[in-house]
Design a protein around this ligand. Structure first.
Ligand code: BG6
Length: 512
């Protein structure tokens, strides 16, 4: 087994000896939906970059399958176009030629087991023999989610999904269902065809270096963990703000809205990592057990008093920024009530977090792009400076900045130099280097090949978050009148009502 060393020691520029990447065992990757956008713009560029960094196993090939009629030659051209658009600086003709000889394509009818027999079952063995992949197969579903159930069931019927074979895996992208019922159905179909240990559900947030760093920061430093509880923490704010709108995804977004698109997965993952107990072992299942316990502890939302726990909004056009409103986007219903912003107040009812609210907000077309977790500590217990200074002392805040400008900031108070007794807020800052060595897709592909499920979501995690959100989404969708404050100006902080969630308890959102 080959081992490569990655990463730099930030202060000295030296390679950090402990950051090793293991080159996975030989395998093939069968991409369903290979003619689509995801394959062209994300997957193939990620695999190519791994190939260029010599992180792929020597025995490796891709078999793309989709309904679009084309041959392998045309498929390679299409993928080259995608790479040129996504990473123009990475196109090395010789390297691409070498890499693209490992790309193959077959037309398939997703629902027809005969088509699977001819285009997969009969094609794979000869390619596998030539590449010596040892029968290790990864099936990657890069189709629209509507196709998942058919593909999994037909793969199973065609005998391509041996549950006894740990070398056969399935990768599936979100959304994992539309609500609790459909997620349970999807999990049942998946687990009929595969063992849970063969299923890799991608939440690309988990593959972000800074999201993984939440656990390292918490559990590899002795300084903060003793403070990480209700005695020292007043509240937590988790924000994912985007400046982009829905782009060309109206069809999907009209069905999803922000709660399904961002909260069921990314936001609840960030919350679980922030709130979980230290696992006994840093292993995929022990970490996922602890995350599941957090989800179990979340108090159900009070559906009869929605205003206490949720504010939603939708972006409207803005003369200032020139952006059109959500309802004016191509493919959106003119009277659509689909939320593009939500703020939630969440209680984690366990020993550690009793009485500490977690405020979560995410929205599109906001003022600034940022993803951050802000831990707001309690104020000092006694104001010994009140006679000399008056006013209040801002409590300490720790910010885990997930993106952009990834880093960690600790906001503290220090004396303002000079003769007068005066405090000033200062920040202790750590910034990651600008470029990470692996992108999120590169990371998850490597981990899947290696069989490490740490960064993937387990079936119980998916169902627990749907169980919490489905009643809330149903209650919001059942409202006959959406509040006047629903619309917010594109490029703003979001709906004004979001502030009220915190103001009632004397708190306020960190500015965007
Ligand atoms: C996706 C959502 O999962 O995450 C998108 O479907 C959203 O709507 C995206 O824009 C945000 O991801 P990132 O990595 O840009 O923060």
């Amino acid at each position: 087994m080959n081992v490569h060393t990655l990463g730099e020691n930030m202060s000295t520029g030296q390679i950090a000896p402990s950051c090793q990447i293991v080159i996975p065992k030989s395998c093939c990757l069968v991409i369903f939906g290979a003619s689509g956008d995801l394959a062209q713009r994300k997957l193939i560029p990620a695999i190519y970059r791994l190939f260029r960094q010599r992180l792929l196993p020597s025995g490796f090939f891709v078999l793309g399958v989709a309904r679009t009629e084309m041959n392998s030659e045309r498929f390679r051209e299409l993928m080259a176009e995608g790479l040129r658009e996504t990473f123009p600086e990475e196109c090395d003709e010789n390297c691409w030629r070498d890499f693209s000889s490992r790309l193959h394509y077959r037309v398939i009818d997703y629902r027809d087991s005969e088509s699977y027999r001819i285009n997969l079952a009969e094609v794979l063995p000869s390619l596998e023999k030539a590449a010596a992949t040892g029968g290790n197969r990864i099936f990657y579903l890069a189709t629209p989610p509507g196709g998942y159930e058919d593909i999994i069931a037909t793969l199973h019927q065609s005998g391509l999904t041996s549950q006894a074979d740990a070398g056969v895996k399935l990768v599936i992208e979100k959304p994992f269902g539309h609500d609790l019922e459909s997620s349970k159905r999807l999990n049942a179909i998946l687990l009929d065809a595969f063992q849970e240990s063969q299923v890799y559900r991608i939440d690309h947030y988990l593959a972000k270096e800074t999201v993984q760093n939440i656990l390292m920061f918490r559990f590899a430093n002795s300084l903060f963990e003793p403070l990480w509880n209700r005695r020292y923490i007043d509240h937590v704010q988790i924000t994912t703000a985007e400046t982009i709108g829905i782009e060309r995804r109206a069809g999907y977004y009209e069905e999803a809205g922000v709660l399904r698109d961002m909260f069921q997965n990314h936001m609840f993952q960030l919350l679980s990592l922030t709130a979980m107990e230290p696992p006994s072992l840093f292993s995929a299942d022990r970490v996922r057990d602890e995350k599941a316990k957090v989800m179990h502890s979340i108090r159900p939302f009070p559906l009869e008093r929605l205003e206490e726990c949720v504010v939603t909004g939708q972006y409207a056009g803005s003369g200032t920024s020139g952006h059109k409103g959500y309802r004016q986007e191509v493919g959106v219903e003119p009277g659509s009530a689909v939320p593009t912003y939500a703020a939630l107040k969440v209680w984690v009812d366990n020993w550690r977090w009793n009485g500490v609210p977690f405020y979560l907000r995410s929205g599109k077309r906001l003022k600034r792009r940022t993803t951050e977790i802000a831990i707001h500590f309690r104020p000092v217990p006694h104001m010994m400076f009140s006679q000399t200074m008056g006013g209040r002392i801002e409590a300490n805040t720790l910010i885990l900045q997930v993106q952009p400008d990834e880093g960690i900031h600790l906001e503290i108070q220090a004396k303002n130099p000079g003769s007068r007794m005066c405090l000033m807020p200062v920040s202790l800052d750590f910034h990651y280097p600008r470029e990470f060595s692996l992108s999120a897709y590169e990371r998850v592909l490597l981990d899947c090949m290696e069989g490490d499920q740490m960064l993937f979501v387990r079936n119980d995690g998916v169902e627990l978050s749907w169980a919490l959100l489905t009643p809330l989404i149903d209650a919001l969708e059942a409202r006959e009148v959406v509040p006047d404050s629903f619309l917010y100006e594109a490029g703003s902080d979001g709906p004004a009502a979001a502030a009220e969630l915190l103001e009632k308890s004397g708190r306020c959102w960190r500015p965007l």
